[in-house]
Design a protein around this ligand. Structure first.
Ligand code: CA
Length: 482
């Protein structure tokens, strides 16, 4: 009976984001009620399920968290100002109206992961259950790391701009008291935290597929991504190579050219995980409503975000590129990326959302190899993506440049939340170029910000007003502070 009561307490805690109750408005999201009791591995498992449930809401990883990095870049845009993606595309947020869920939702994940981590070591288990416990601990560390990584890139300037000297976000690794008011750590300190956690997590975690959950190869891929953002290229290459080798030994594989146009609708399973390392699983029973990537990216849904004309021109430089088959054009002359394909029998809003995909890990390996001067490996990993897109093409025999890899990333990862971060983290300039095409006559840039780099203050978000009101120790980002 007590266990059941505690589970309900955990549920109430997890529900605070979606309910939008007063607690969030009164207290910083970094605080948590410590009344919980998680005393068995079953209860840990239950709490982890609650964390994944929270992650897959459309405020987080099935919606806003994913589209931000695309519509703030040059390859995708809002269809119009009034669309959900419009304020991101136009950088129209201010210190008073900045989006709040990026902060509050991610801290809810962190705090619930902390709840798991504060209890899991103390749970006595039989020898048979030690691996189960290790894996759960690794999962909690990995999801906490993903949340802190995203908080740091949403609210802190790119690591390589000043080697992480700027402010990141508060690091919260224990169940802080309800009135805790932590200040922001530096970007470098945030990276040190989640890189260290991921290095530990991947040692603990299971190599096997688990539907909708973090696994060892997803954690290693995320670690590789983090190293790449830091300029730790040799480490990024090693982590990415280890992730690729380990995943492929455990049945993951890049989708084939033939399967690529429709593989997105496959329901990844242990027998056929495809290239989905970590995804948000949504289905009819646990629908996340209509604000998900499936509907936002479809002409049959909210038709919220579309590709830019310049991106279309880039992609159709090779008319045989398989990725052109993912584009769907509507009568109004916009084109949408159909990666968020519903699984069998589902509405489009219930399409699963990949968060970490094996193709990205290949592209991390290729980029890191270029940066470390290892052309053989750059060719190997880039060619897998290039020749999959069009088997008649290859980069074998060439000297791969950073630009080659970045162009391929644009084509491969469009609509998966990467583009603006990819330009900015390498010190580049986003250029929103006006071009015209007979198939996309309605598509035009309407944002006033057309060219920007990591010096543009709006490439990071303002700290939400409610959080600063509740915790004055959290400094505002420069540019938003007056
Ligand atoms: Ca689904």
């Amino acid at each position: 009976m007590k266990a059941i009561r505690n589970i309900f307490l955990a549920l109430a805690l997890l529900g605070t984001v979606s309910c939008g109750n007063d607690w969030l408005e009164l207290d910083p999201s970094t605080a948590v009620n410590t009344d919980e009791a998680v005393k068995t591995l079953q209860e840990v498992e239950f709490t982890m399920n609650g964390i994944y449930n929270m992650m897959r809401t459309s405020d987080l990883y099935s919606g806003r968290m994913m589209y931000y990095g695309d519509v703030t870049g040059d390859d995708m845009q809002a269809v119009s100002s009034s669309k959900r993606t419009g304020s991101y595309y136009r950088f129209s947020f201010t210190r008073d109206n900045g989006p709040s869920s990026h902060w509050s939702g991610l801290y809810q994940i962190i705090q619930n992961a902390n709840l798991v981590l504060s209890r899991v070591d103390g749970i006595k288990v039989s020898e048979d259950d030690e691996q189960w416990r290790d894996n759960l601990k690794g999962e909690a560390l990995a999801v906490r790391s993903l949340a802190l990584f995203d908080l740091t890139r949403f609210f802190g300037v790119p690591y390589l701009k000043d080697n992480g000297a700027s402010l990141g976000v508060p690091i919260v690794t224990t169940l802080s008291e309800i009135d805790a008011k932590p200040a922001r750590s530096t970007v470098a300190q945030c990276y040190a935290q989640f890189v260290g956690d991921l290095e530990y997590a991947e040692e603990l975690m299971s190599p096997e597929f688990a539907k909708g959950r973090m696994n060892k190869w997803a954690a290693l891929s995320l670690l590789a991504r983090a190293y790449l953002y830091m300029g730790e290229d040799a480490k990024a290459l090693k982590a990415a190579e280890d992730a690729i080798a380990g995943a492929e030994e455990n049945r993951w594989a890049l989708w084939s050219n033939k399967d690529y146009p429709t593989a997105w609708s496959d329901d990844a399973s242990a027998a056929a995980p495809g290239e989905i390392l970590f995804e948000m699983v949504i289905n009819t029973v646990e629908s996340q409503g209509k604000e998900t990537m499936g509907r936002l990216n479809s002409k049959d849904g909210y038709d919220d975000m579309c590709i830019t004309v310049s991106f279309y021109h880039l992609l159709k430089e090779d008319p045989d590129d398989v990725r052109l088959k993912l584009l769907s054009f509507d009568k109004k002359k916009y084109a949408y990326v159909f990666k968020y394909q519903p699984q069998a029998g589902e509405d489009i809003m219930d399409a699963n959302v990949p968060v970490i995909r094996l193709s990205e890990t290949y592209l991390i390996a290729a980029e890191a190899a270029v940066k470390t001067g290892d052309n053989d490996k750059a060719v190997k990993y880039l060619d897998a993506i290039v020749s999959r897109a069009n088997p008649a093409k290859t980069v074998v025999g060439t000297t791969v440049t950073l630009d080659d890899v970045m162009q391929e990333r644009r084509k491969e990862l469009v609509a998966e939340g990467h583009r603006m971060f990819d330009v900015i983290r390498n010190g580049g300039t986003v250029k929103r170029i006006d071009e015209e095409d007979a198939s996309l006559t309605s598509t035009r840039h309407f944002a006033s910000d057309k060219e920007y780099n990591w010096d543009f203050y709006k490439i990071i978000l303002p700290i939400p007003k409610a959080e600063r009101d509740a915790n004055p120790n959290v400094a505002q980002n420069p540019g938003y502070d007056n």
